[in-house]
Write a protein that binds this ligand. Structure first.
Ligand SMILES: CC(C)(COP(=O)(O)OP(=O)(O)OC[C@H]1O[C@@H](n2cnc3c(N)ncnc32)[C@H](O)[C@@H]1OP(=O)(O)O)[C@@H](O)C(=O)NCCC(=O)NCCS
Length: 176
């Protein structure tokens, strides 16, 4: 789908959000396979049809602390989205999320991001950063929805968001 104009869909009551363990290549590949070329470009900021073996291995190297990932599953067990938080140098953590095109626009991205953020907060992640392409209105809407105090900082063809997770309540902007 990848609608640039939001079209409301049916509710997602039967969607289950679950934390991923390491080496869940099955879940990773299923979600990547469900992304259109446009969605893959918006997620990885490259026209490459598939992540390199190195990137794929990195995406599966979840440890539940410095690299936390959660996935969304349909009632029949199909993986339809992943959000992840990865601690990087400088004390911040990179947030990324993708939802298969067929299931976009139903609140799954929001649920995934909120779930991974809560786990990250508990694991000690304190500053979250996320990038969205300037054209990617859905991702920007999602990040501003989850981090309502955020200020979007344009950096060329990307928009950067940053939020502090120090307090257990709503996230607050610190820098971008
Ligand atoms: C960005 C993405 C994860 C959003 O997931 P989603 O499940 O479709 O989003 P949701 O249905 O949870 O919507 C989240 C918010 O964005 C808004 N939104 C979603 N799609 C939108 C669109 N096309 N235009 C405007 N707003 C949109 C929703 O209204 C919602 O806002 P609200 O919480 O204030 O109601 C999904 O579009 C995607 O996977 N895109 C490709 C990968 C990508 O761009 N990743 C982000 C960069 S890491």
């Amino acid at each position: 789908m990848n609608a640039d104009v939001l079209i409301p869909h049916a509710p997602t009551a039967d969607i289950r959000i679950q934390e991923l363990g390491p080496d869940r290549f099955d879940v990773l590949d299923a979600v990547l396979d469900g992304l259109s070329p446009t969605s893959r470009y918006r997620r990885f900021h490259t026209p490459a049809p598939r992540p390199t073996p190195e990137v794929r291995a990195m995406l599966a190297a979840v440890d539940g602390r410095s690299h936390i990932a959660v996935a969304a599953f349909t009632g029949s067990g199909r993986p339809v989205g992943i959000a992840r938080l990865i601690a990087v140098v400088g004390g911040r953590s990179e947030l990324a999320v993708e939802v298969v095109d067929e299931w976009q626009g139903r609140g799954i991205g929001s649920r995934l991001v909120r779930a991974v953020i809560e786990r990250g907060r508990a694991a000690g992640h304190r500053v979250v950063h996320a990038d969205a392409l300037a054209e990617n209105v859905a991702a920007q809407a999602l990040f501003l929805s989850v981090f309502p105090a955020a200020i979007a900082i344009s950096q060329g063809h990307e928009v950067g968001f940053a939020a502090e997770l120090a307090a257990p309540g709503d996230a607050a902007l610190v820098a971008a």
